[in-house]
Design a protein around this ligand. Structure first.
Ligand code: PMV
Length: 361
C-alpha cells in the first residue's frame, strides 16, 4: 500500500529548568510547546518522477532521482549511516539537510523507490530557527515519522513502540545536524508533554492539568550552544566546588519544579508563587554561570518591573527566555518588548508530541 497524502507535525520544546547542569549529569525538565513544524507529502500521479522536498523556512529544495536512490545503497544501520556521512564530510562545509535525507535513504529498512517516487514534500515551521526552541529536532521527528509511515502506513494512532523507533531515527538525524546532541529536543518533539532528562536518557514523562500561561521572548541575538557550554566548562575548571554546588542547586530546582507541575491540583496561588520562585532562582544561577547577556537581562528585567518572573531557556548568550504570565494581563509588557524589537510568543506547555494529522492511501 502506497501513501498518497500524509501530514505530520511535531512540537518545539522549552527547557523549563536544568539547562547546563544537565551536561554534568543532573536532571533537566522540558516541555513540548504549541509552536510546531508541519510536513505535508503528496504523491503526484506521475509515478516515475523524482522525490522532492521543499524546506519552506530556509527555501531549500532537495530532489532525489531513482538513479541516485539506487546508488545510495546498500542499506545499513542508523549508526553506520551517521558514521559514514560524518566521515565523508572531510574538510567540506556539510550540506546537513541533504545528509539527513541520505541517512534516511540508506538506513530505512524495507524502503523501495516506489515509496518515494512522485512524492512532493513541503515542510514549514512556526518555530524560529537556532533560537533554542528545538526547531531542528521537530524537523528530524517529522522526517523520521514520514519515512516510518511510508514503509508501514496505517490510520491508527502511533503506538509507543513506533514512537520509540521514530525517536531513535530522529536522534540519528540530530547527530547529523548537531554532532553530539543530548537527545532532549527530539524526545520532547516525539513524546510531547513534559519530559525529565538525565544522563542522555528520559527518566520521567508526564502530562499535567496545569495551565501555565507563559510568553517566550526571542532576544534575536544568535547564539551557539557549544560556545555557552564551553564557557560554563571553563568556569567550572576555575571554580569546581562552587560551580558543582550551583549545578546541585539547579538539580533541586528541577525536582521541586516537577513536583509543582505534577501536583497541579494544589492551591493555585501557592503553586504559582512556588513556580515563580523556582524560575527566578534558576535564572539567578544561570546569571552566575555567565550565560546571561544584555538583551536577555533587559527582557527579564522588564518583566520584573511588572512583577513577573522570567528565565533564559536553553544555552543562553542569546536565543530565548520565557516569562511566567501569572494569569495577569501583560499587554503593556508585550507592547514594551515589541517596541524594543524583541519577538514574543504567548505559548502553551505540555502539548502533544508527533502527530499524524492526515494519511491517505
Ligand atoms: O539552547 P539549546 O536548545 O541548544 O539548549 C542547550 C541546553 C544545554 O544544557 C545548555 C546544552 C545541552 O546539550 O543540554
Amino acid at each position: 500500500m502506497l501513501v498518497s497524502h500524509l501530514e505530520v507535525s511535531a512540537p518545539g520544546k522549552l527547557i523549563l529548568c536544568g539547562e547546563h547542569s544537565v551536561v554534568y549529569g543532573k536532571k533537566a525538565l522540558a516541555s513540548a510547546i504549541d509552536l510546531r513544524t508541519r510536513l505535508t507529502a503528496r504523491r503526484s500521479s506521475d509515478r516515475l518522477s523524482t522525490f522532492n522536498m521543499h524546506l519552506l523556512t530556509v527555501d531549500r529544495l532537495i530532489q532525489v532521482t531513482e538513479r541516485e536512490f539506487t546508488a545510495i545503497g546498500p542499506v545499513c544501520s542508523l549508526d553506520e549511516g551517521v558514521n559514514k556521512l560524518l566521515a565523508e564530510r572531510a574538510d567540506r562545509e556539510p550540506d546537513k539537510q541533504l545528509e539527513a535525507i541520505r541517512l534516511l535513504l540508506m538506513s530505512t529498512p524495507g524502503l523501495k523507490w516506489a515509496h518515494l517516487s512522485g512524492l512532493c514534500v513541503e515542510v514549514s515551521s512556526e518555530l524560529p530557527l537556532a533560537a533554542g526552541l528545538g526547531s531542528s529536532a521537530s524537523l528530524s521527528v517529522c522526517l523520521a515519522a514520514m519515512f516510518h509511515l511510508l514503509i508501514t502506513p496505517h490510520v491508527q494512532l502511533l503506538t509507543e513502540e513506533e514512537r520509540n523507533d521514530i525517536n531513535t531515527t530522529a536522534f540519528a538525524i540530530e547527530r547529523i545536524f548537531h554532532g553530539q546532541p543530548s537527545g532532549i529536543d527530539n524526545s520532547v518533539a516525539c513524546y510531547g508533554n513534559y519530559v525529565v532528562f538525565e544522563r542522555g536518557a528520559i527518566i520521567d514523562r508526564f502530562t499535567s492539568s496545569l495551565e501555565l500561561p507563559i510568553v517566550v521572548v526571542n532576544s534575536r541575538v544568535a547564539k551557539q550552544t557549544c560556545e555557552q557550554v564551553l564557557k560554563v566548562r571553563r568556569l567550572r575548571e576555575r571554580h569546581p566546588v562552587v560551580v558543582d554546588a550551583l549545578m546541585n542547586s539547579i538539580n533541586e530546582i528541577v525536582t521541586e519544579f516537577v513536583i509543582a507541575i505534577k501536583n497541579a491540583g494544589s492551591e493555585p496561588d501557592e503553586l504559582v508563587q512556588r513556580i515563580n520562585d523556582l524560575v527566578t532562582l534558576n535564572q539567578g544561577i544561570l546569571h552566575s554561570l555567565q550565560v546571561n547577556n544584555l538583551q536577555l537581562a533587559n527582557i527579564i528585567g522588564l518583566a520584573a518591573k511588572y512583577g513577573l518572573h522570567g528565565k533564559i531557556t536553553g544555552s543562553g548568550g542569546g536565543g530565548c527566555c520565557f516569562i511566567m504570565l501569572d494569569h495577569r494581563p501583560a499587554q503593556c509588557l508585550l507592547d514594551e518588548l515589541t517596541s524594543l524589537n524583541f519577538v514574543s510568543f504567548p505559548t502553551k506547555l505540555g502539548c502533544q508530541g508527533v502527530t499524524v494529522e492526515n494519511i491517505e492511501f
